[in-house]
Design a protein around this ligand. Structure first.
Ligand code: NAD
Length: 251
């Protein structure tokens, strides 16, 4: 039998170190589609996976042109935090939130008001643009302005290299210090909450294993099954925007 929201809330209240891992599912209620859910970008258009894969992005100018069109027209620039993001801000005020690791690149945890030092954006973010050849970086607006002015695939103003959002694509290494910090936090956690993630993108999806090795309680909030459901102390397959505020408020 699944524990009640009150019981889950009591675990959060008693915890010394809570680590939260969020994925694309926490932002769908803000109008940003996930990749693998029923309404996911890849579920509807499997070819779209190429734009998130470094090898295709580097090799194929058409993939880059498509990526820039997606960035200009994407939902990121107008999206607002939802009740799920706000519940995690509330959790920080009511309980011992240690670290919030997010696979999301949308910046909505920052926008909601979670303390920035507690957030690890393990897959980077879309607010910056970076050159794949040199160290040049700039606010994303700089590149989007060039695309809006007619450039289909803007190049690096320093070295002519390929530009990409400062996100971690498939085939690209994570920032080692961010991953180490996330793993260390998970290994110290006594409660680990995974919300809105299919737990299928590695190495982020391995973080619950670090917590379980520390005998942490594992709470999974996700609309669809995940590979960790059998190991979890609680699995809630409901809408995050309802579930998280209910759990946090019950504490
Ligand atoms: P995913 O697409 O693999 O899984 C998302 C999960 O969330 C799905 O299982 C889906 O059923 C569930 N879900 C969707 N809406 C929900 C809701 N309202 N309530 C409960 N569950 C809900 O996402 P992932 O595991 O984060 O991994 C995919 C990668 O996609 C990540 O690396 C991330 O960087 C990237 N991504 C980010 C964004 C974003 O920043 N908002 C959006 C799309 C993809």
């Amino acid at each position: 039998m699944q524990p009640s929201p009150e019981e889950i809330a009591s675990w959060l209240r008693a915890a010394q170190r809570i680590v939260v891992l969020t994925g694309a599912g926490i932002s769908t209620e803000s109008g940003i589609p996930d990749f693998r859910g029923p309404e996911g970008v890849w579920t509807k258009n499997p070819a779209a996976e190429k734009t998130a894969t470094l090898q295709y992005y580097v090799q194929d100018p058409e993939v880059r042109r498509q990526s820039w069109r997606n960035r200009v027209n994407g939902p990121y620039w107008s999206a607002e935090p939802n009740d799920g993001h706000r519940a995690l801000v509330d959790l920080e005020h009511r309980a011992a939130l240690d670290t919030l690791v997010t696979q999301n690149i949308d910046g909505l945890h920052h926008a909601a008001g979670t303390t920035p030092e507690k957030i690890i954006e393990i897959h980077g973010n879309v607010r910056e643009v970076k050159c794949l050849s040199c160290a040049w970086r700039a606010p994303m607006d700089v590149a989007l302005a060039r695309v809006r002015a007619g450039e289909e695939d803007p190049d690096c103003p320093e070295c002519g290299g390929i530009l990409k959002s400062a996100t971690i694509s498939f085939g690209e290494n994570l920032v080692a210090a961010d991953l180490a910090r996330a793993q260390a936090a998970a290994a110290r956690a006594d409660v680990f909450l995974a919300a809105g993630t299919s737990l299928s993108v590695y190495p982020a999806a391995r973080l619950p294993e670090y917590a379980l090795a520390n005998r942490a309680r594992l709470i999974v909030v996700n609309a669809e099954p995940t590979p960790f459901d059998d190991a979890a102390d609680a699995v809630v397959r409901d809408r995050i925007g309802q579930v998280l505020p209910a759990i946090v408020a019950a504490g």
